[in-house]
Every structure is written in structure tokens, then in C-alpha cells.
Design a protein around this ligand. Structure first.
Ligand code: URA
Length: 434
């Protein structure tokens, strides 16, 4: 077998056998294939697609290309949650403590921000002292004792995906359902949890712009998981608007802490977080979703989830004094208040532009390896549906960058969508697939 044989087969729409896929990933991991051949293969997959069986075999081969985590000592109580990437999505910080209070074990590997979307690891690093790289035995002990540990995804996890992702990024081959599904699920399989809850984002701030695409991605990932012995379910949620009222690392930690303290009992962030926590509990404890959700709400209300959150942060090194004043994490020294130039109802906030703006304020990276300003970001001061008069404050922008007021105003142009009529309220929960 040669790589050119499989390249030709895929180009003409053939179905690759497991041995052929294993051969490809083996050669790729050994750095034995030139980028131009791999790029041609990726383009052939984009154009010809893959069957569910091929996608599942590709996922498994990628998962086995590096280290895998054995979580069998926790029985079948392990659950992972994955979001396909969004703006203002701090749900991991909320759902992990709730699910841990219900007895689930969360041994999670998370990523940093990607493009204009944030990453859980960057948010956690906004908490002084928090370590995202504990040793493996400490990580497992913490899962046993506290129920949660979240660490930075190491380069040794699914290295074949890392190589493919870097090439996809520069060859217009990112948005292919078999390639996205295998990329995400390879890391989930390697990370070892028995139960996987997916949050597939849909809208302007997400990879999947339409509901049919998001549903197809969700169904493909569920199919991969069940072919490979995992229990997978998915939420498809709205990412037309940023999730919650803050975008930026320290700001998002403070917002998550506020939800955990029970200060918010409605809105999109609360709804998405409680749905995900409900699905995690339902999956692990083998309950109908409604019972999992009710349990999640009861745990949140009791205050136990906030206590668990603090225990988790401190187990990973966060300063105890900081934890007792989480609402006062340091923010960037400059705060600019953006006001409405026109009146009307606030009908929307564009998630893609919000992600881009937060990055320009310093909350994300322009280039791989750049340092970020944990205190930078956006706090929205008006909610969707609210009637706004000209001059009403819309958002506070935090930055350390020397960006003039006019430039800041220009960067935020088109972020807010106004309408003359009161917009209808919509739910961020688009579909649940179990
Ligand atoms: N996230 C991933 O890990 N991979 C993709 O291809 C897209 C989003």
C-alpha cells in the first residue's frame, strides 16, 4: 500500500478501509508524509466526504496516535463536556462543579482560545495561582478527592490531529464535517471519559452557521462515540449572540462565579449551563434528562456547587484570599464605556464581532504563543429586548492597549443590532440529541 493509492481512491470518492486509514495516520504521525500530499488528501475528504464508518476509524486512529488517559479507576462515572467553540462561553466553570456535586468525575483536558473564540484554560489562568499543568498522579488524586480536575491539553494527546489541524487551518479545509467531528472526538476518546456531552454551537460566532449543519455535526459525533463504546449526547445551542454578559477571561470567571452563587436564575448562560449539567448528570446516573436537570438546579440552589468550585480552584493552586473575593479579579486599567448613538430596541449582539473585538482589546492572541491580558474584555451593559435611548451605556470595554476612543468606537461598530419593534425572545437551546 502507498499513500498515493489512498489519495487516488479518496479523490474518486472511494471508501477507505480501516487498514488504509491506520496506515495514513501512522505515516503522518511519523512525519513521513510531505504537507502537500496530506493537504491534497484533506481537500479530497472535503470534496468527497467520508462514510460514518470511515470517520469513526479516522477518529480512533487519531486518538491512538499519542498518549491516552486511562480513567478506568473511576468506573463508569467519568464525564467530559465539550463545546465546539463560542464567544463568552464559560459553561465549563459552571457545569463541572454542579456535575461533581452529583457524584460525576470530571477529569478534563481543555484548550486555549482559538481564532476569535475563548478557551477554558485561558479563563482558569486568569485566577492567580491556578495551575493548568499538575503532574498526572496529582491530577488523578484531585479527581478522586474533589471530583474535578481541568488541565491544559498536552501536545501528546492526539498529535495526528494537531498536525492535521495546522494544515487545515491554512488550506481552506477546516469546515468539513468528517474532519471537524474526527478532530474533536479524537481528543475526547483519548481523554478517556466514558460519557461525553457535546455543546454544538450554531450561529455567526460558531463554525456551524446553520441549524442543519450543526445537527449533522452533532449526529456525526454521537455516531463516532457510540461506534467506539462511549455514551454521547449533544445540545445544539445558539451562538448568534455571545453567551452571557461578559467576554474576556477574568470577566468570564467573575460571571461564572456569580451564576454559581445563585445570583442569576435565568438568561442564556444559565439555560445553556443548566441544560449541559442536566445532561451530564442524566448520562452518568442513567436518569431521564428532566431528572438530571432538576438535580442540577437543586444542587445550584443549595450553594453546594459554589463550594465545590472554590474547592476545585484551591486544589489546583488558586490563592485562598483571591477565592474569597472572586468578584474582584483584576481588570485592565482602562475602561471605556460605549454608548448608543441611536435609540430603539436592542435586537442582537453579533457574537463574531464581539469575539473579534475582545481579541483586539487583548483578551485573545493574534499569533500562537502571544501572551494575553487576562483583565481585557467586554462587559455588556444592556440586554437583548431592552429599549435603549440614545446615549444609553451599551458596553464597558477593558484594555491596556493604547487604542484611542474613536478607534474603540469604530471597532465596536455593527456589534449591536437595533430594531424599531421589540424583538421576540428566543431560547438558546436549539435542540437536544440523546
Ligand atoms: N475544534 C477542534 O478541536 N477541531 C476542529 O476541527 C474544530 C473545532
Amino acid at each position: 500500500m502507498t499513500f498515493d493509492d489512498l489519495l487516488r481512491k479518496k479523490r474518486y470518492g472511494g471508501e477507505l478501509q480501516k487498514e488504509e486509514i491506520d496506515f495514513f495516520i501512522d505515516r503522518l504521525t511519523a512525519d513521513a508524509l510531505p504537507d502537500y500530499k496530506v493537504s491534497a488528501f484533506l481537500m479530497a475528504v472535503c470534496l468527497q466526504g467520508m462514510t460514518d464508518r470511515e470517520t469513526a476509524d479516522l477518529t480512533e486512529a487519531m486518538a491512538n496516535s499519542g498518549n491516552t488517559l486511562d480513567l478506568s479507576l473511576f468506573g463508569d462515572q467519568t464525564v467530559d463536556k465539550h463545546s465546539t467553540g463560542g464567544v463568552g462561553d464559560k459553561t465549563t466553570l459552571i457545569v463541572a462543579p454542579i456535575a461533581a456535586c452529583a457524584g460525576c468525575k470530571i477529569a478534563k483536558m481543555s484548550g486555549r482560545g482559538l481564532g476569535d473564540t475563548g478557551g477554558t484554560i485561558d479563563k482558569l489562568e486568569a485566577i492567580p495561582g491556578f495551575s493548568v499543568e499538575p503532574a498526572k498522579d496529582e491530577f488523578l488524586r484531585q479527581v478522586e478527592d474533589v471530583g474535578i480536575a481541568v488541565v491544559s491539553q498536552s501536545g501528546e494527546l492526539a498529535p495526528a490531529d494537531k498536525k492535521l489541524y495546522a494544515l487545515r487551518d491554512v488550506t481552506c479545509t477546516v469546515d468539513s464535517i468528517p474532519l471537524i467531528a474526527s478532530s474533536i472526538m479524537s481528543k475526547k476518546l483519548a481523554a478517556g471519559a466514558r460519557h461525553i456531552v457535546l455543546d454544538v454551537k450554531c450561529g455567526s460566532g460558531a463554525f456551524m452557521k446553520t441549524l442543519p449543519e450543526a445537527l449533522e455535526l452533532a449526529q456525526t459525533m454521537i455516531e463516532i462515540g457510540s461506534r467506539k463504546g462511549r455514551v454521547v449526547c449533544a445540545l445544539v445551542s445558539d451562538m448568534q449572540t455571545p453567551l452571557g454578559s461578559c467576554v474576556g477571561n477574568a470577566l468570564e470567571v467573575m460571571e461564572a462565579a456569580d451564576v454559581l452563587k445563585g445570583n442569576t436564575t435565568g438568561g442564556a448562560l444559565y439555560d445553556v449551563a443548566l441544560t449541559l449539567a442536566g445532561l451530564m448528570i442524566a448520562s452518568v446516573k442513567q436518569l431521564p434528562y428532566a431528572q438530571g436537570r432538576a438535580k442540577a438546579e437543586q444542587i445550584l440552589k443549595s450553594g453546594a456547587a459554589y463550594d465545590k468550585f472554590l474547592a476545585w480552584l484551591q486544589a489546583q493552586g488558586a490563592d485562598a484570599l483571591v477565592c474569597s473575593h472572586l468578584e474582584a479579579l483584576p481588570l485592565s486599567s482602562r475602561c471605556f464605556t460605549l454608548t448608543a448613538g441611536q435609540g430603539g430596541y436592542l435586537a442582537g449582539i453579533r457574537a463574531d464581532l464581539a469575539g473579534h473585538l475582545a481579541k483586539q482589546l487583548g483578551a485573545g492572541r493574534e499569533n500562537k504563543g502571544d501572551s494575553i491580558d487576562y483583565g481585557a474584555g467586554i462587559r455588556f451593559l444592556a440586554s437583548i429586548g431592552e429599549q435603549i435611548a440614545p446615549g444609553h451605556p451599551l458596553a464597558a470595554l477593558y484594555t491596556e492597549k493604547p487604542i484611542g476612543d474613536e478607534k474603540l468606537r469604530g471597532l465596536a461598530e455593527d456589534l449591536f443590532i437595533f430594531s424599531e419593534k421589540r424583538p421576540e425572545t428566543t431560547s438558546p437551546i436549539l435542540q437536544i440529541l440523546q
